[in-house]
Ligand binder design. Structure first.
Ligand code: AMP
Length: 479
């Protein structure tokens, strides 16, 4: 087995690795570090949880340990799809570069330009950025990329999902042709293949086992769910979630609950809190300081239930999550693998429970096809409790038993969803969460970054009638 000491890393980096308690390099590290240290391009096909971050951070620190950065001219660049992931990469630099003098700057949205400008002006060895914010700085004339010696693209498949590929291509074009590129992606979609063929020079290709096949320590189960009445389905599903959480008892030390839509992330978090659960939401529409606070709380054990959207949770490194609960079956089968990969990390036991209503059955089939196994069906704790028990406290006044038929809508029966929210909901296709890194400004014609809600514009009322209009008022209610 390869040892870290075989990898020709800088002695001070080895010391930090030793202090981190790692015994041996993971396969992606053993495969990527030697060619990276030789100055070669690397194409790593690996998901989060495989140790890929250290796979590029360790050789970068070793290489950057010599030399100094010039003002506004970073020596290396790491591009990440989300702010959280960028912040996590920055933490990795702090951990592994603690014995080496390296300066770094984190360029992410939601943080003032001024602070970031000051850092860039001083000169940074490592610039860690989301593509949009990086280009914003570049366009303001604050950044020169012609001294970049190493460029990393992390989670390229997620960049593709979020519409960042034109930005990435542009950034490649702003860096010197002679730069070294370390490129990581969980999958090799044709568009990713094209990018790597264009911008990487005879890369060393390292592919590590898909997490789908590696996650044997995760116990998986799916609970089939059908609401007793259409207008009650949503609140019953939240009740099912609570019962499932309760049924896990002490075995559930902490959990990430994934929802497909940001709106549901908020609703589920709010509902759980109302029932006394320790829960908080995380998604791209929340401001950065709140996201950071929530995440820190979850990491250090102060928060038990993190309710998350896919993009916000992508790549989050939370070492010990006992449970992942999919409140919805994800629309992209690969997201299932990413989601459940948050638990059962580094050989620990984990449990992943998925709620599936009839509408999601096709997505469930896709997931099972991808992971090449049938997910065992679990009994629903709602069985027997499905009929609205008299003792069930309604979640909201609106869920209190209503007369069987209403002839006239009273003004106070207004749906709680504001029209704008309902329209937003209608705009976001359930099967595909909207990108979360909002384009910073419209109208600059920068490549193809997708707008929130994708290209699902409502253009009229013919064939394009927004879905929410077809729903009854009760269905539009979001509590
Ligand atoms: P990543 O795939 O980069 O998100 O890393 C996943 C987790 O693996 C992180 O918690 C790392 O701290 C941890 N890790 C990285 N390299 C090693 C290693 N060689 N041995 C044990 N754990 C590691």
């Amino acid at each position: 087995m390869t040892k870290f000491s075989d990898l020709k890393l800088h002695a001070k980096v080895l010391k930090a690795v030793d202090e981190a308690g790692y015994e041996s390099p993971t396969p992606i590290q053993a495969g990527a570090i030697p060619p990276a240290l030789e100055g070669r391009d690397v194409l790593g096909i690996a998901q989060t949880g495989t140790g890929k971050t250290a796979g590029f951070v360790l050789p970068m620190i070793s290489m950057l340990a010599r030399g100094r950065a010039r003002a506004r001219m970073p020596r290396s660049l790491v591009l990440c799809p989300t702010r959280e992931l960028a912040a996590q990469v920055a933490e990795n630099f702090d951990t592994y570069a603690k014995h080496v003098k390296l300066s770094k700057a984190l360029l992410i949205g939601g943080v003032s330009f001024k602070e970031q400008d000051t850092l860039i002006d001083k000169g940074v060895d490592v610039l860690i950025a989301t593509p949009g914010r990086l280009l914003d700085h570049f366009e303001r004339g604050k950044l020169i990329l012609s001294d970049v010696k190493v460029m990393v693209v992390d989670e390229a498949d997620r960049m593709l999902d979020m519409g960042f590929i034109p930005d990435i291509e542009r950034i490649f074009g702003l860096t010197p042709f002679t730069r070294q590129t370390l490129f990581f992606s969980a999958t090799m979609a044709p568009e990713i293949e094209r990018i790597t063929n264009t911008f990487l020079h005879t890369p060393e290709r390292i592919e590590v086992a898909r997490q789908a096949t590696a996650s044997e320590t995760i116990e998986q189960g799916v609970v089939m769910f059908r609401g007793s009445r259409r207008d009650r389905a949503d609140s019953e599903k939240r009740k099912l979630l609570r019962l499932l959480i309760d049924a896990e008892g002490d075995a559930l030390t902490n959990a990430i609950v994934f929802c497909n839509r940001k709106m549901d992330v908020d609703i589920v978090a709010k509902s759980l809190k109302k029932y006394g659960y320790d829960a908080a939401p995380i998604h791209g529409d929340l401001d950065q300081s709140q996201r950071t606070r929530t995440l820190d709380g979850f990491r250090n054990g102060e928060l038990k239930l993190l309710i998350a959207s896919d993009v916000a949770a992508r790549g989050l490194d939370v070492p010990s999550v006992s449970h992942v609960i999919n409140f919805d079956v994800p629309g992209h089968a690969e997201d299932y693998v990413h989601r459940i990969g948050r638990t059962g990390r580094a050989g620990r036991e984990g449990k992943a429970i998925t709620l599936c209503n009839p509408r999601d059955e096709k997505n469930l089939e896709d997931v099972q096809r991808l992971i090449q196994k049938e997910i065992p069906r679990l009994d629903s704790p709602l069985k027997g409790a499905a009929a609205p028990a008299k003792t069930d406290r309604p979640e909201t006044a609106e869920e209190a038993p209503k007369p069987a038929r209403r002839t006239r809508r009273k003004p106070e029966d207004k749906p709680a969803a504001k029209p704008a929210e309902a329209a937003q909901e209608a705009k976001q296709p359930e099967s595909k969460p909207a990108p979360e890194n909002k384009p910073s400004r419209g109208g600059r014609g920068r490549g193809g970054r997708k707008q929130e809600g994708g290209g699902n514009k409502v253009v009229g009322m013919g064939d394009h009638m927004p879905g929410f209009i077809a729903l009854s008022f009760d269905e539009r209610r979001t509590d």
